[in-house]
Design a protein around this ligand. Structure first.
Ligand code: GDP
Length: 295
C-alpha cells in the first residue's frame, strides 16, 4: 500500500539533496514533483493543490537553521502536513448510550458487514463490551446469513427478522431486545446498493432518525479512489456521519481516498480494514500513516 507514492515522494525530496538552503526555485521544483505524486496516487486535485501551497508557504517561511538540511526540513514539513491532511489527532469512537448504537452505512461490497463483525469482535475483546449485531438488509437474505455466520465466529448474537420488510422497525426492536437482555452495544448493519440510490438513502436516513445512533460510520472501499471520495460526500450530505472506515487498505490502493476524504467531507477516518479476516482492523492514526507514507 502507498508504495508508489512513498517512492515518488522520496524521489522528489532528492531534488533538495546537496542544496545549501531552501529557495523559491528549489522548493517550486520539489513541490511540482510532490503534487504530481499526489495526483498520481489519485488524490483530489484541489486537495493536492492546497497541500503543496501550504507546504511551500511553510518551507519558505521557516528560518533554516544551519543544522537542518533543506531536504530534512522538507520531509518534516510534508510529514506534518500529511498528518494534518488526514485529520491530525486520532479520532475515538464516542459510545455513551446504554446501549450505545453504531449505525453502519456504505455501498454494497464496501465491506460493511465484514467491518461490523470486526468492530464487534474488537470492542468485545478489547473494551469488554457486550455487543448485539443487527441485520437490517431486508432485500438480500444472503446478507443476513453472512452476518449470522460472522456472529457465530466471534460469538456475538445477531438480531434479525426474516419476515420483516421494515428495517427501521427491525433496528428499534433490536435496541429493545438489547435493553431487555443486557447488551450494552448495538451494531446495526444496513442494506447497501451498488451505487447511490434514493431509496437506499431514504431508508438509512430513516433508520438514523429512529435510532439516534451514538456513531454513524461510513464504510468505503479505499481501492475505489476518487469514487470513494465522491460517495463519501453524498452520504455525508444525507447522513452527516461521524466517521469514515476505509477498507481494503491491504490491497494495492494508491492512497488517494485516505488522503482526500478528511478534507473533502471534514469527518475523521476512524478505522481501517486491512484484510478479510476478522482481526484485520486497525484504529486510524494520522501521524503513523504519515510515517508509513514517508517510509
Ligand atoms: P458489504 O456488502 O458492504 O457488507 O461488504 P462485505 O462485508 O460483504 O465485503 C465485500 C467483500 O470485501 C468480501 O469479500 C470481504 O471479504 C471483502 N473485504 C471486506 N473488508 C476487507 C478488507 O479490509 N480487505 C480485503 N482484502 N477484503 C475485504
Amino acid at each position: 500500500m502507498f508504495d508508489n507514492l512513498s517512492e515518488r515522494l522520496e524521489r522528489s525530496f532528492k531534488i533538495l539533496k546537496g542544496e545549501g538552503k531552501i529557495t523559491e526555485i528549489n522548493v517550486a521544483e520539489t513541490l511540482k514533483d510532490v503534487r504530481k505524486a499526489l495526483l498520481d496516487a489519485d488524490v483530489n486535485y484541489k486537495v493536492a493543490k492546497s497541500f503543496t501551497d501550504t507546504v511551500k508557504e511553510k518551507a519558505l517561511g521557516q528560518n533554516v537553521l544551519t543544522a537542518v538540511k533543506p531536504s530534512q526540513l522538507m520531509v518534516k514539513i510534508v510529514h506534518d502536513e500529511l498528518t494534518a491532511l488526514m485529520g491530525g489527532e486520532t479520532a475515538e469512537l464516542v459510545l455513551e448510550g446504554r446501549p450505545a448504537v453504531i449505525l453502519m452505512s456504505g455501498l454494497q461490497g464496501s465491506g460493511k458487514t465484514t467491518f461490523s463483525g470486526k468492530l464487534a469482535r474488537m470492542l468485545k475483546t478489547k473494551k469488554n463490551r457486550k455487543p448485539l449485531l443487527v441485520a437490517c438488509d431486508v432485500y438480500r437474505p444472503a446478507a443476513i446469513e453472512q452476518l449470522r455466520v460472522l456472529g457465530e465466529q466471534i460469538e456475538v448474537p445477531v438480531y434479525s427478522e426474516l419476515d420483516s420488510k421494515n428495517p427501521v422497525q427491525i433496528a428499534l426492536n433490536a435496541i429493545h431486545e438489547a435493553k431487555a437482555k443486557g447488551y450494552d452495544l448495538v451494531i446495526v448493519d444496513t442494506a447497501g446498493r451498488l451505487a447511490i440510490d434514493e431509496q437506499m438513502m431514504n431508508e438509512i436516513e430513516a433508520i438514523k432518525k429512529a435510532v439516534n445512533p451514538d456513531e454513524t460510520l461510513f464504510v468505503v472501499d479505499s481501492m475505489t479512489g476518487q469514487d470513494a471520495v465522491n460517495t463519501a460526500r453524498e452520504f455525508n450530505e444525507r447522513l452527516d456521519f461521524n466517521g469514515v472506515v476505509l477498507t481494503k487498505l491491504d490491497g494495492d490502493t494508491r492512497g488517494g481516498a485516505a488522503l482526500s476524504i478528511r478534507t473533502v467531507v471534514n469527518k475523521p477516518i476512524k478505522f481501517v480494514g486491512t484484510g478479510e479476516k476478522l482481526d484485520a482492523i486497525d484504529q486510524f492514526h494520522p501521524a503513523r500513516m504519515a510515517d508509513r507514507i514517508l517510509g
